[in-house]
Design a protein around this ligand. Structure first.
Ligand code: DX5
Ligand code: ZN
Length: 224
């Protein structure tokens, strides 16, 4: 399973050090939670932070994964790709013309993902599934780190994996995001998730970043 730390809960006074600690612990996927205060009730950061982290990601051959929790995300696709994001995930609920937005991400040379809020049914993916590299199943209501895992997410991941298998789209990643920790990460992997986003489980101040990553790997039965 790929671990993708969400920097939203990192200590922004020392963001570079914290991200480097995660990279040094073997992480190669950084999850950037972009929030506009309209699609979600919080404002986080924009392409500036991706641009700041790009040299560090390059040094470790890691990717930047922009999770756009913003209305009309097509307005900013170019800026996030230019800032160095290889993955761009947009919310189904935020796109009037989702197919066109996904095509635009492809055209910019990035790999598109689509995200579903907890109450959005998998049926919303029917037509777009063959066009994307990743589906992000939100296991909290978006907007904040440190929330509790929504248990229904487990079954949703399992149903999505079945859906992908039935359509011979097994290569599509299922990314889970929100409340992922040592208790939930194993069942999520077993249900078919392939990328685990974790914020507070990795950057919570009570333990070091490397130790937190090791604990998640141990929960997966992997070498720490
Ligand atoms: C929430 C974000 C998540 C969140 C994860 O809107 O999309 O990535 O930061 O934080 P934790 O792992 O603490 O739930
Ligand atoms: Zn996220």
């Amino acid at each position: 399973m790929i671990l993708a730390p969400s920097i939203l809960t990192a200590d922004f006074l020392r963001l570079g050090d914290q991200v480097e600690a995660a990279l040094a612990a073997g992480v190669r996927w950084l999850h950037l939670d972009v929030m506009d205060g309209r699609f979600v009730p919080n404002i986080s950061f924009g392409p500036l932070v991706a641009r700041a982290l790009r040299p560090l990601a390059t040094r470790y051959d890691a990717i930047l994964d922009a999770h756009l929790m913003i209305v009309d995300p097509e307005r900013y696709l170019e800026e996030f790709v230019a800032a160095g994001c290889e993955r761009i995930t947009v919310h189904v609920e935020a796109c009037t013309h989702l197919h066109r937005t996904v095509q635009s991400i492809h055209a910019l040379g990035a790999r598109p993902g689509v995200a579903l809020n907890p109450a959005t049914p998998l049926g919303a993916l029917e037509e777009i599934l063959p066009e994307v590299d990743l589906v992000l199943v939100m296991t909290v209501n978006p907007g904040f780190g440190g929330q509790s895992f929504i248990a229904g997410g487990l079954d949703k991941v399992a149903r999505l994996r079945q859906m992908l298998r039935a359509r011979r789209l097994d290569a599509v990643d299922i990314q889970v995001d929100g409340g992922v920790n040592s208790e939930t990460i194993g069942p999520l992997r077993d249900a078919g998730a392939t990328v685990a986003v974790a914020g507070s489980a990795i950057f919570a101040p009570d333990r070091g970043v490397a130790g937190a990553i090791g604990a998640l790997r141990a929960a997966l039965g992997e070498r720490r």
